[in-house]
Design a protein around this ligand. Structure first.
Ligand code: PLA
Length: 467
């Protein structure tokens, strides 16, 4: 703890004692004094010098922040010494042995990078050009007219979160007062991101606990009711935390309403390839909106699909208007938007990190590695599907109450939204050492086939014995 230091010189030591009594901290008397905090050194010349350290920090008014509802779970997990413990909190892929997994294609790309002896110079503010090119192609499809017509401003971001935060800053600066509508529920950090960027937000209905499915009517009604020109935040695929995505027909209707109301769709694509195992299928929602010529924002992340969690690699894409008449204006808009994204990025983090960008550029830009990646992603998505099935089978076999657990099979992506409430989720952790978020979400990517039975026991106990 830092200390406030007070130095008092006086003719006699006793003269200062009344002062001493008033001070809570340490008092040193002597001819040479080194402070405990190390920043005050006094020497006396015949006089008595006294240095008083008062243990009051200027940071004392900074209150304790609550642990993060997702990443805080990993911290609690680490502190648990029980060998049965299971971390189903954060959405991070694990092998059947519950070990972190570095994709083979990532290792191969890194070897190529080493062989080339690439340097560590700063990237431009907008990121690595080769990355920006392939990331937009992966998202929209290389032959999409939005790319051919150069209607997309793409900048490399600090993974999904950083890209969302950059877009939030753009909204705050250029669309003052505009609201962002987020799904209820959503990934918890969405609210933090818009709060920190001072962008007002409200929620649209999404999850219906009665059907354990999509509240499509509610969603449409709330998007319709939002002030025209709002930003509508949509999960491109594998909705977090519910695992419930609209059907292709429902996506069409969502696009209709957004178009009617002149809203701006804002996609968060954090799981491309992880929902279905196919990169193209998982981008179909975004492509549907882009094909309609709509203006949209899309944040991308490579944390999950390439397992590059700690490399912080992702992108922000802004698609500008398509009308032929507006072609010239659009070209200008793309350049302007990009220039402003750069201007926002510069004082926040200056320029993005290069390592992950090079990995993505190498994997996506190299046909052989790209095919290998797709196979590895199918393997990861496949393992999650197997675990999902086994969990459902275990629950159905063990639970004699007749409860229908089939909603688990209808959910997709990394997560299952179990419907367990906070008290039940607490029981999962406190009694069973199963770490999960308090909204009842479990990450199936952190589950092994071998642990499904144990997890089923924990869920059944928590569901039936805790109210
Ligand atoms: N968007 C959604 C919907 C996410 O679920 C996540 C990650 C991100 C963006 C951001 O990820 P990135 O910054 O690493 O690209 N959600 C995780 C991790 C997997 C987290 O909370 O940060 C989750 O457990 O929900």
């Amino acid at each position: 703890m830092a200390s406030t230091m007070l130095s008092i010189a006086s003719a006699t030591p006793s003269a200062s004692l009344s002062m001493h009594e008033k001070l809570k901290g340490k008092v040193k008397l002597g001819s040479t004094t080194n402070s405990t905090a190390g920043f005050i050194k006094t020497k006396s010349f015949g006089r008595v010098s006294m240095v008083a350290a008062v243990n009051v920090s200027r940071f004392e008014g900074v209150t304790m922040a609550p642990p993060d509802p997702i990443l805080g779970v990993s911290e609690a997990f680490k502190a648990d010494t029980d060998e049965k413990k299971l971390n189903l909190g954060v959405g991070a892929y694990r092998t059947e042995e519950l070990q972190p997994y570095v994709l083979d294609v990532v290792k191969k790309a890194e070897n190529l990078m080493l062989e080339r002896g690439e340097n560590k110079e700063y990237l431009p503010i907008e990121g690595l050009a080769a990355f920006n090119k392939v990331t937009a192609e992966l998202l929209f499809g290389a032959d999409n007219s939005v790319l051919k017509e150069q209607r997309v401003a793409t900048v490399q971001g600090l993974s999904g979160t950083g890209s969302l935060r950059l877009a939030a800053a753009l909204i705050e600066r250029y669309f003052p007062g505009a609201k962002v509508l987020i799904s209820s529920p959503t990934w918890g950090n969405h609210k933090n991101i818009f709060n920190d960027a001072r962008v007002p937000w409200s929620e649209y209905r999404y999850y219906d606990p009665k059907t354990v499915g999509l509240d499509f009517e509610g969603m449409i009604a709330d998007i319709k009711a939002a002030p025209g020109g709002s930003f509508i935040l949509l999960h491109g695929c594998a909705h977090n935390p519910t695992g419930i995505d609209p059907t292709p027909e429902q996506w069409e209707k969502i696009a209709d309403v957004i178009q009617e109301k002149n809203h701006i769709p804002f996609f968060d694509v954090a799981y491309q390839g992880f929902a279905s195992g196919s990169l193209d299928n998982d981008a179909s929602s975004v492509r549907l909106f882009a094909t309609r010529g709509m203006e949209l924002l899309v944040a991308q992340s490579y944390s999950k699909n390439l397992g590059l969690y700690a490399e912080r690699i992702g992108a922000m894409n802004v698609v500008c208007s398509s009308s032929d008449l507006a072609a010239r204006c659009c070209e200008v808009a793309v350049i302007q938007v990009k220039s402003q994204l750069k201007r926002l990025a510069r004082p926040m983090y200056s320029n993005p990190p290069v390592h992950g960008a090079r990995i993505v550029a190498n994997v996506v830009g190299n046909p052989a590695l790209f095919d290998e990646w797709k196979a590895e992603m199918e393997m990861m998505a496949g393992r999650i599907k197997n675990v999902r099935q086994k969990l459902f089978d275990s629950l159905s076999a063990k639970d004699k109450s007749g409860k229908d657990w089939s909603f688990i099979l209808r959910q997709i992506g990394m997560f299952s939204f179990t419907g367990l409430n906070k008290a039940q989720s607490d029981n999962m952790t406190n009694k069973w050492h199963v770490y999960m978020t308090k909204d009842g979400r479990i990450s199936l990517a952190g589950l092994s086939l071998a642990k499904c039975e144990y997890l089923a026991d924990a869920i059944i106990d928590s569901y039936h014995n805790v109210s």
